[in-house]
Design a protein around this ligand. Sequence first.
Ligand code: NAD
Length: 454
Amino acid sequence: MKIVNPATEEVIRDIQEDSPDSVNQKFKLLQVAQVDWQKITRAKRIEILRTFSDLLEKNVEALASILTSEVGKPLQQSRNEINGARARIKWLTDNADKYLADEVMIQEGNLTERISYEPLGVVCNISAWNYPYLVGVNVFVPALLAGNAVMYKPSEYSTLTGLEIERLLKQAGVPNDVFHVAVGARSVGELLLELPFNGYFFTGSYKTGKYIYEKVAPKMVPCQLELGGKDPLYVADDVADIKAVAASTADGAFYNNGQSCCAVERIYVNEKVYDQYVDEFIKEVKSWKIGKPTEAGVYIGPLSRKDQLSFLETQVQDAVQKGSKVLVGGKRIDGTGYYFEPTVITNATHQMSMMREESFGPIIGIMKVKSDDEAIELMKDTEYGLTAAVYSNNQSRAENILEQINSGTGYWNCCDRVSAALPWSGRQHSGFGATLSHAGLRAFTKTKAYHLRG
Ligand code: NAD
């Protein structure tokens, strides 16, 4: 398997993919090692994962540089991601005891009723490339804390980072056979689906997620899916500082080149503030530096995947044919690297693919609306359900709108953010189950109810 730098198009490493035999062998080793891992104290497991976090901090420059070399995100965004992962590990390790310890629910006379949170066993994590540290940490950290062994399949586009994660986990003290990486693309993912894991945790596209869910169903084990989105954002007519709102929402749409599961993908703006908002939004987008991801100050680097360039072009063409206006950008940038101009499109409608299918790139469609009701109808018009955002000066107005949207997350005056203390979950085609929060710690356990009399 060749690892290509999306900024230079150079092959940076040639890596051997796992074979059916090596995957089977790793699985068997995980099964054996999990038994002892479950028996060591939770305190010890917490200590090991805290050491892992310290190692991330110590190696942040080298790790950021590897991440940028294989996914193309600006170096500062790679550093931000690693630091963000450390914040999540902190919350998860600080709260592991609270949510994973046995709970006595009833104590009456000689009767004790207790819940115990047992590990699932050996779990499989098939992961995405856009935030390999963040989406990886969401799964393997709570899984390990709860006493599971983990087979981690990083995306083929973030393999080097996956191998660094493995190296540092082991350096931190995770026993050799409690965590293994399966190296490879789709065919290696398929091999994992054939094995009898005790749980499957997938982050990726709706298409692959649905396929995996169908394949895993007969195994009768937990299967969680964190999938894509077409996340809407509404700017109400009472926003005070339109310039600040435009800057914040543009960042929500374009950070990491729009390659975030919770990137803002559709914007609806009240007609009273529309013209000023679009003006400020365009100014913000034009102020960004496009260039090599290793260059200081660059905000827009290359896309991670070459095939995304033609998909984005198709979305733009479809939108233009159906009457939209391209105010900025609209095409790939000639030369070396997978670059696409940050693109802002107005006069968008829901007949356009750009407003219906996840773009996962630096393009955004903006629509003018007459009222909150019209915005709500449009925000609801989607098969996805990851996040939704409202910018308004009035909290109850915003919350009233958010309550009506079928999404796992609601944002008031913010967007494109994740908190370790809150459940991260999708609805409809954005998936189901939760990572992070108490729900995400317990997702890697099976409850046992003890009725103890004596
Ligand atoms: P993808 O579905 O193409 O691939 C994800 C993983 O699945 C990769 O590791 C890939 O090798 C593997 N895979 C592909 N086909 C497989 C098969 N047939 N069997 C088993 N494994 C298979 O997704 P991607 O391009 O890596 O990631 C982008 C998508 O992920 C976007 O839709 C994005 O929104 C979503 N995402 C969601 C979240 C979230 O938390 N909801 C977070 C990050 C990314």
